[in-house]
Design a protein around this ligand. Structure first.
Ligand code: SF4
Length: 165
């Protein structure tokens, strides 16, 4: 069963630790720069909560179809769309096309930024700081079935689940 990076915005504290870890993990120079993260914490002022926004790994990625430079491709190992930075021109079309606002942009390197699941072990999930307070993290890399179970309130603390909206 394919696992997905799931989000429970109801328990996200907005600490932005996921952004820090993401930028550090993807930086060759060991730089911490949340502006270069592939996951973003968006404040929902109306509802008074913070919401992690990250790629949902669509089966038919709109970003891939939108890129006329063929800089987005499907990785055969992970089965997800990735950005080929050597081909990316920084035009930003993919960022504008994402229906979930989950495609980002590196303003320094001038390339699109997309979650690559850290090669299969998402570091944002590993370091999500909500875990000590709630018994489970706001981020999880799980099968959607596990998330559904959690959302029905039947998952014990410590078991993963997820919510994207
Ligand atoms: S920013 Fe890069 S990946 Fe995105 S559409 Fe333009 S060339 Fe393609």
């Amino acid at each position: 069963m394919v696992r997905k990076l799931m989000v429970d915005s109801s328990i996200c504290t907005g600490c932005q630790y996921c952004e820090i870890i993401c930028s550090l993990h993807h930086s060759k120079a060991g730089e911490v720069n949340p502006k270069k993260a592939r996951i973003k914490i968006v404040s929902d002022i109306l509802h008074g909560k913070d919401k992690p926004v990250v790629c949902r790994q669509c089966q038919q990625p709109v970003c891939l179809a939108a890129c006329k430079f063929k800089a987005i491709y499907i990785d055969t190992k992970l089965g997800i769309a990735l950005v080929d930075t050597a081909r990316c021109t920084g035009c930003g079309t993919c960022v504008e096309s994402c229906p979930f606002g989950a495609m980002f942009f590196d303003p320094v390197e001038n390339v699109a930024l997309k979650c690559d699941l850290c090669g299969g072990e998402p570091q944002c999930v590993r370091f999500c700081r909500t875990f000590p307070h709630t018994g489970y993290p706001a981020l999880a890399y799980v099968e959607p079935r596990q998330w559904a179970t959690r959302k029905q309130g039947t998952v014990r603390p410590g078991e993963p689940y997820h919510d994207t909206d």
